[in-house]
Write a protein that binds this ligand. Structure first.
Ligand SMILES: [Zn+2]
Ligand SMILES: [Zn+2]
Length: 667
């Protein structure tokens, strides 16, 4: 009898774990998993008793339960999410009403919705799509978003905009080009407009009048000189690694990866590194936009576009440009859009697990069959990259780099293994729905060898993602406030095989920002040759006290942090000294009163200058002064001190404003 009670408790544990960590009650996966655990309690208990955490064994075992077929969810039609010409037309009509009332924000939103729901049929793509783009271009003209307006006009033509209306769009295009001072192209567009007039449904006198107006406009442009090419140079250039590390090309040559038998892989400075130096640029091999941001930001590069392009195959995804649309369609999106609606209803809290799915969907099955040997269980090497021969290059895009990241498989408990396998089965069923496995797809509910192999990769990458995924952020601001008041929010997540080689510190040596899905790391303080180059995985010391930082590092990342902030138990920012007179005497590096005064004066003057420049939004000039501020501070006071925290935070914001993903929302 006692035994039964214990088992019942185990079942409750599963439920608790789900609530705390893995799912949420609104998703169907939690419901399915609870059903499975209660319908097959005896078998699950027997499995637990065998304590076999082998992934393929678990997948095989659980695939036999009908609950892991997910039939009712995968076969459910979701008509509200499908492309729908009538809905697209209704949305466009509503957009027209908003436009007539000069509510451009609403009009833009509704036209974009219309773009998303418009049927997308090759060739010509669709009447609704062409009309939605055309109408949206008018709103974009009002907003002086010239480039986006031009893009919409071109997209409308490609979508098959009716030839009797071409003259309208061509005239709009010419006027935009005039605004952009690209007079040569404007003339050509006016000329195209005249050429299109014979097909226009216009009364003869109107047609003649329009022709005359257009000819006059062309004549007025004869002597105008183009001024547009400078537009490109105005755009701030992406920061670049001037001298990459030949073996780890995502790192600067100022950083190298070392390896110790007890410490694993870690990064060190090969020379002195100045504050603000770029030390790592990583373009992640796998990234996934969060569900909440999907349909708003570009699913491919995560940038927000005022006028996004639709997915050709589903309504939940948008793209910023034809480039991103083409890239997605050539890799993951064709596979994923066949189950996108189901994917986003599962209630998964561990968003990083989607990375495991994306790592699979972005390559064809043959890719994984070709590298099967290298990704076998006994090939996993957590020191990959440092134990290879001399001329080996550690590339972020290499699936070996991804595969060999740590997942700590042996440290997960049975319940987590079972749930991971259950979740991976959901991904496998999704892949089966999109015919990903081709001729290797099993004809019945048990899995074939290729499906098991992919399933094992998915589970492993779920573990890897749990340990290694980073958030991808964007800086957000409302109205006309100063950027320094902005907040960084997470829009997606990514796996960065080089960045994760840096160890954690609660007082890290680098500051990260995101441009698109890429991560750029800058030194946030001067480093000396031989210093360890660290990154912060979770919370920094100034925000979260040690008592709260330590448990997640131990449970999630399986280590006890030995950084200086942890060893000396530095207080959070609000409990740090805030001025010069509250610094303890033993924390002052200078005792001579006159040099002390001198240093304090420098810190105060430079600090005030930085503050003024930031208020004027001259972030470049402000950043130019940080070294001076930091060095004076460092000569005077032993960290920690609130001045260090403020300097790091405001420098980081300047960097992000200058380079990173950012969005200013209208009030
Ligand atoms: Zn994009
Ligand atoms: Zn620490």
């Amino acid at each position: 009898m006692m035994e039964v009670c214990d088992r019942d408790l185990d079942k409750f544990d599963v439920a608790d774990m789900l609530n705390d960590e893995l799912g949420d009650a609104s998703g169907f996966l939690e419901i399915s998993y609870r059903e499975l655990c209660s319908n097959h309690a005896q078998e699950m208990i027997e499995l637990q008793d065998r304590d076999d955490s082998d992934t393929e064994t678990l997948l095989n075992f659980m695939s036999r339960f009908p609950e892991t077929q997910f039939l009712q969810y995968l076969n459910a039609e979701a008509p509200v999410l499908r492309k729908n010409a009538t809905r697209a037309q209704q949305l466009r009509d509503q957009g027209n009403k908003a436009y007539e009332k000069a509510n451009n924000t609403m009009a833009l939103h509704l036209y974009t919705q219309s773009v998303r729901f418009s049927p997308y049929q090759q060739p010509g793509l669709g009447v609704e799509l062409a009309l939605a783009y055309a109408n949206r271009s008018a709103v974009l003209v009002q907003a002086k978003e010239w480039r986006l307006a031009l893009q919409d006009i071109d997209l409308s033509f490609s979508a098959g905009y009716s030839s009797d209306l071409h003259y309208k769009l061509l005239e709009r295009k010419a006027k935009i080009l005039m605004e952009m001072k690209d007079f040569e192209s404007a003339k050509n567009s006016f000329q195209d407009c005249i050429s299109s007039l014979p097909s226009a449904k216009l009364e003869e006198d109107k047609r003649e009048n329009l022709k005359l107006t257009l000819t006059n406009l062309i004549n007025s442009l004869q002597d105008k000189k183009d001024q547009s090419p400078s537009d490109k140079s105005k755009k701030s250039a992406f920061p670049n690694l001037s001298s990459p590390n030949p073996k780890f090309p995502a790192l600067s040559s100022s950083v190298d990866i070392k390896f110790g038998s007890s410490t694993g892989r870690f990064a060190v400075a090969t020379r002195d590194i100045a504050l603000g130096e770029l030390v790592c640029v990583e373009h992640p091999p796998v990234a996934f936009l969060h569900e909440e941001t999907s349909g708003i930001n570009c699913s491919n590069c995560f940038r927000l576009s005022l006028a996004p392009l639709p997915s050709p195959t589903c309504t939940q995804t948008v793209f910023c440009s034809t480039i991103c649309q083409d890239q997605a369609m050539a890799s993951y999106h064709v596979v994923e859009s066949k189950f996108m609606d189901v994917l986003f209803q599962n209630g998964l809290k561990k968003k990083e697990w989607f990375l495991a799915l994306r790592a699979i969907t972005q390559k064809p099955l043959q890719f994984f069959l070709d590298i099967r040997e290298r990704l076998s269980k006994d090939q996993h090497n957590i020191n990959f990259g440092v134990t290879e021969e001399k001329d080996f290059v550690y590339n972020s895009s290499d699936y070996n780099s991804l595969y060999n990241l740590v997942g700590h498989h042996e440290q997960w408990d049975f319940q987590s293994h079972a749930y991971k396998a259950f979740f991976a089965l959901f991904f496998i069923r999704c892949l089966q729905k999109s015919k990903f496995f081709l001729q290797h797809q099993s004809p019945n509910q048990s899995l074939g060898p290729v499906e098991l192999y992919i399933g094992r990769l998915i589970v492993h990458l779920m573990e890897v993602a749990t340990m290694n995924a980073h958030e991808i952020g964007q800086l957000e601001l409302s109205g006309s406030d100063n950027w320094l008041l902005g907040n960084t929010t997470s829009v997606g997540c990514a796996l960065e095989p080089t960045l994760v080689l840096l160890n954690h510190s609660c007082d890290p040596a680098v500051y990260r920002l995101n441009i698109g899905t890429s991560t750029y790391c800058f030194a946030c303080r001067p480093l000396s040759a031989g210093d360890e180059v660290t990154n912060c995985y979770t919370y920094s010391y100034d925000v979260t006290p040690k008592i709260e930082r330590a448990p997640p590092l131990l449970t999630k990342y399986k280590f006890q942090c030995m950084c200086v902030a942890c060893k000396e138990n530095w207080p959070v920012s609000s409990f740090l000294p805030k001025a010069f007179n509250d610094v303890e005497p033993n924390k002052l590096k200078i005792s001579d009163p006159s040099s002390l005064q001198q240093k304090m004066a420098i810190i105060q003057q430079v600090g005030a200058k930085i503050h003024r420049l930031q208020q004027e939004e001259d972030y470049d000039s402000a950043m130019g002064l940080y070294s001076q501020f930091y060095n004076a501070l460092h000569d005077l006071i032993v960290p920690p001190h609130q001045f260090y925290v403020i300097a790091r935070r405001s420098y980081a914001t300047c960097l992000w404003v200058k380079h990173g993903n950012k969005v200013r929302r209208k009030n």
